[in-house]
Design a protein around this ligand. Structure first.
Ligand SMILES: [Mg+2]
Length: 223
C-alpha cells in the first residue's frame, strides 16, 4: 500500500517566509488601518484564511471582507515575486528531492499549505518546483491546518489507492502540532533553535534542507 508524503510549502519547499509575512502584514494592516500582530503562533489557526478571519473578527469587521484582503495580498505577493525573483527560491535540494520521490512507485506526494492557493502556486512557480498533478489543499479549503491536511489526504486517496501511512513534512510548530493531532509522523525542516523547537514539538527527525536526499529518505523511512 502506498505511503503519502505530504509537504507544507513556505519554509519547507520554498524560502518564502519573509516575503510572505511582509506582504501579508501589509495587506492586513492597510485593510484594518492598524498594525497587526505578526506573532502567528498566537492565532487560533496559523493559515492565511484563519489569521484573516480572526483579525476581521477581532476588529469587528464582517467576514465578507476576507475576499478583499485576499485579493490585495495576492496582488502584493505577485508583484513582490515579479520584482525580486530572488525573494522566492527553493529550499536547497527540494526540486531534486520531489523528483526522486516521484520515481518511487509506492509513494504518493501531497501539498497541504496554510497559504491561499493563488499565492502558493505563484511561489511554487517562481521557485521552479514541479508540482503538477500532486494532491493539493490550501487555505482556500479551510481555516484549520488540520482540515487542510485532511482534505489533501482525501484527495490523494481519491484515486482509490488506500494510503497505508501519512507523513507530514513542515517547518512550523503548528505543523508539528497538527501532525500530532492527526497521529501522523512529522519530519521537520529547520536549523538551529527552530530545529530544537520542532524536536520538542514531536518531530521524529529534523533536516536543514534536502541537499542530502538519501538522509532525508531514510528519515522518512522510505529507504
Ligand atoms: Mg511553513
Amino acid at each position: 500500500m502506498p505511503r503519502l508524503i505530504m509537504f507544507d510549502i513556505d519554509g519547507t519547499l520554498t524560502e518564502t517566509n519573509d516575503v510572505d509575512t511582509r506582504c501579508y502584514v501589509q495587506a492586513m494592516s492597510e485593510h484594518l488601518g492598524v498594525a497587526i500582530d505578526s506573532e502567528w503562533s498566537r492565532y487560533r489557526h496559523v493559515t492565511d484564511s484563519g489569521i484573516a478571519a480572526e483579525l476581521l473578527e477581532r476588529h469587528g469587521r464582517p467576514p465578507g471582507e476576507l475576499d478583499q484582503v485576499r485579493a490585495r495580498f495576492v496582488a502584493l505577493i505577485t508583484d513582490a515575486l515579479r520584482a525580486t525573483p530572488d525573494a522566492c527560491t527553493q529550499i536547497p535540494g527540494a526540486a531534486d528531492f520531489l523528483r526522486s520521490l516521484r520515481r518511487m512507485p509506492d509513494i504518493v506526494i501531497g501539498l497541504a499549505t496554510g497559504a491561499w492557493s493563488e499565492s502558493a502556486r505563484a511561489k511554487l512557480h517562481h521557485a521552479r518546483l514541479d508540482v503538477e498533478d500532486l494532491a493539493f489543499a490550501s487555505a482556500d479549503d479551510a481555516e484549520s491546518r488540520i482540515d487542510i491536511m485532511t482534505a489533501c489526504r482525501d484527495r490523494a486517496a481519491s484515486s482509490g489507492m488506500p494510503i497505508s501511512e501519512t507523513i507530514y513534512v513542515g517547518d512550523g510548530i503548528w505543523d508539528a502540532q497538527a501532525s500530532h493531532a492527526l497521529g501522523w509522523r512529522f519530519i521537520g525542516i529547520a536549523q538551529g533553535i527552530r530545529a530544537e523547537q520542532l524536536r520538542q514539538a514531536g518531530a521524529s527527525k529534523v533536516f536543514a534542507d534536502f541537499r542530502n536526499p538519501q538522509t532525508v529518505l531514510s528519515g522518512l523511512g522510505v529507504r
